[in-house]
Design a protein around this ligand. Structure first.
Ligand code: DGY
Length: 327
């Protein structure tokens, strides 16, 4: 009776995930899974994590100093998301806990969705569908549901990481768009050429974009990056698309700008305080609303779950995390 054989690391999977991934993790660890998808309070989460070595999380669990203080054994938190604003990264590092995310595997899928939301918003797809289903379609009319052009227009991208670059490539190569971007750091010339994207100031981006897509990570500095003053700089014909995080946009200010037609339309996959949506947004026709699904294709969600699992297996197996967010 070897103690080595019995000392399997213990992990908690905080939300329902693919049964195959639970199974794979069970081959390496003692697993407490949440396949019933119960939503735990922070205290319930802390109680379940108290005796665990690792956690499989999603963006819906906050991992902060208070939680970590209650989990002395915890060594790794593997987030099934590329964004990790649900982590207090400094607190993880202070507690000596490894955090990981799921970059790369979702880039193209998320860029596809960003583009789909842009097109749905500019061409008023949701409004048109409601109109038809509501039996309002009686005849052709010259201005019926007329929207904005996508081809040959100016695509602005705020946040030019992997996903931003994917959207730029789609716009430039697929739709002949004039692509401009702003980012904390400018891309190198080769990457700019690949994306056919031109670096501009944030002010120029706001003023010039016909379609502005937000793809930046959410940090304290990114809070309300787009509020009333920024919306006022945009063209009245412009569309705004947010596939990044709620909180980057001041939703109340956006609803007001849309109501007054200070910008034409918005497509939003993420919201401040989601799954709650600002009631003023729900009342507007010129906004397309989706429930945080930009990475949601079956293969990509599976790849994200596999990468989070691989991080747990590698790290708790003594081989180091594959995609660390702190070192
Ligand atoms: C991400 O990967 O950050 C998404 O928002 C979660 O699906």
């Amino acid at each position: 009776e070897s103690t080595l054989m019995t000392a399997r690391p213990r992990i908690l999977i905080t939300r329902a995930i693919f049964p195959e991934v639970v199974q794979r993790l069970s081959e390496h660890f003692d697993v407490e899974a949440n396949q019933a998808d119960a939503i735990w309070t922070p205290a319930e989460l802390a109680a379940r994590l108290a005796d665990k070595d690792g956690a499989f999380t999603t963006g819906s669990q906050r991992i902060d100093a208070a939680l970590l203080a209650a989990c002395p054994r915890l060594r790794i938190v593997a987030n099934m998301a590329v964004g990790y604003n649900n982590f207090d990264v400094e607190a993880l590092t202070r507690a000596g806990v490894q955090g990981t995310n799921t970059p790369d595997v979702l880039t193209e899928t998320t860029a596809d969705f960003g583009f789909a939301l842009l097109m749905a918003t500019a061409r008023r797809m949701a409004e048109a569908e409601h109109y038809l289903r509501a039996g309002q379609w009686t005849t052709w009319r010259y201005d019926l549901l007329a929207g904005a052009d996508i081809h040959a227009s100016t695509l602005g991208i705020l946040g030019m990481g992997r996903i931003g670059q994917g959207i730029a490539r789609r716009g430039a190569h697929g739709f002949g768009m004039n692509v401009i971007y702003h980012n904390r750091t400018r891309l190198n010339a080769a990457t700019e050429a690949q994306c056919r994207a031109r670096y501009v100031s944030k002010d120029e981006l706001l003023r010039s974009a016909d379609h502005l897509v937000l793809v930046l990570p959410y940090t304290a500095e990114a809070h309300h990056t787009i509020g009333a003053p920024e919306l006022a700089q945009m063209k009245p014909s412009a569309t705004l698309v947010n596939i990044a995080r709620g909180g980057i946009v001041d939703d109340a200010a956006l609803a007001e700008a849309l109501r007054q037609r200070r910008i034409a339309a918005a497509g939003l996959d993420v919201f401040e305080g989601e799954p709650q949506v600002h009631p003023a947004l729900l009342d507007l026709p010129n906004v397309v609303l989706t429930p945080h699904i930009a990475s949601a294709t079956v293969p990509t969600r599976r790849a994200m779950a596999d990468l989070a699992a691989d991080n747990l297996i590698a790290f708790l197996g003594g081989r180091g995390a594959l995609t660390p967010v702190n070192t």
